[in-house]
Ligand binder design. Structure first.
Ligand code: AP5
Length: 223
């Protein structure tokens, strides 16, 4: 891999998908979102999709070996050579160790981990008001980022839908799983000096600006 390897972390609804998409476009990186890859596989009912479906529906994590296999395959695609922004991966210590081993094989390492910090009380409203494009996975919010025409994606004209794991009950489970299994990873990346925290509770444009600022500051510090 020639380009950067960035990770966007944060609880469900922190804005990982929204920000990773924008940063990928801005910096010319491949946006690799494990949640999107699982949902696509579920729609196509591939073997991976059938394996992932029961976990995703319950708001629980897909087993590490399945997830790691998926990411290894994705990072070997030609578009990943120019650099990647990982969204929603890694989420467990096992996944983080697997990623380090894979990157070492490729002669690469994690450059920066952006942790989007959003107060927990804001997350439920963000997720239950979210609408996602069936075609291109673009994300909207009924109040904070409405599409120009209700139910229609601004970017590609695709149909917008509400994710079945965005019901209050499943969101509660996702938040629980996050705090048990993923929050400890924040400490791991902080200890290794690659983590930067960005307040994720401004407007989407303000958060994008803040993320790009910390990435540029990190780049300048290296030069
Ligand atoms: P995934 O799709 O990754 O779900 P998640 O981590 O729960 O994150 P979300 O996609 O729900 O939220 P987000 O942080 O991307 O926020 P978004 O930008 O959309 O994973 C789904 C499932 O797949 C998991 O539960 C698991 O089963 C499985 N899975 C995935 N990865 C896995 C892994 N590594 N290991 C095992 N299993 C895995 O924004 C949310 C809403 O807020 C939107 O409506 C948006 O418009 C709005 N919004 C965004 N930013 C702002 C802002 N600044 N102000 C106001 N509103 C905002």
């Amino acid at each position: 891999m020639r380009g950067k390897l960035l990770i966007v972390m944060g609880p469900p609804g922190a804005g990982k998908g929204t920000q990773a998409q924008r940063v990928a476009e801005r910096l010319g990186l491949a946006h690799v979102a494990t949640g999107d890859l699982f949902r696509e596989a579920m729609v196509r009912q591939t073997k991976l999709g059938r394996q992932a479906e029961p976990y995703v529906k319950r708001g629980e994590y897909v087993p590490d070996q399945i997830t790691l296999g998926l990411v290894c395959e994705r990072l070997r695609q030609p578009d990943a050579r120019a650099g990647v922004i990982l969204d929603g991966f890694p989420r467990t210590l096992e996944q983080a160790r697997g990623l380090d081993a894979l990157l070492a094989e490729m002669g690469a390492a994690v450059d920066r981990v952006v942790y989007l910090d959003v107060p927990e009380e804001e997350l439920m409203g963000r997720l239950t008001g979210r609408w996602t494009c069936r075609n291109c996975q673009a994300v909207y919010h009924v109040l904070y980022n409405p599409p120009k025409q209700p139910g229609v994606c601004d970017a590609c004209g695709g149909e917008l839908y509400q994710r079945p794991d965005d019901t209050p009950e499943v969101v509660r489970r996702r938040l629980e799983v996050y705090s048990q299994q993923t929050a400890p990873l924040v400490d791991r990346y902080r200890a290794s000096g690659v983590l930067v925290r960005v307040a994720g509770d401004g407007s989407p444009d303000e958060v994008t600006r803040a993320v790009l600022d910390v990435l540029e500051a990190g780049q300048r510090a290296k030069e």
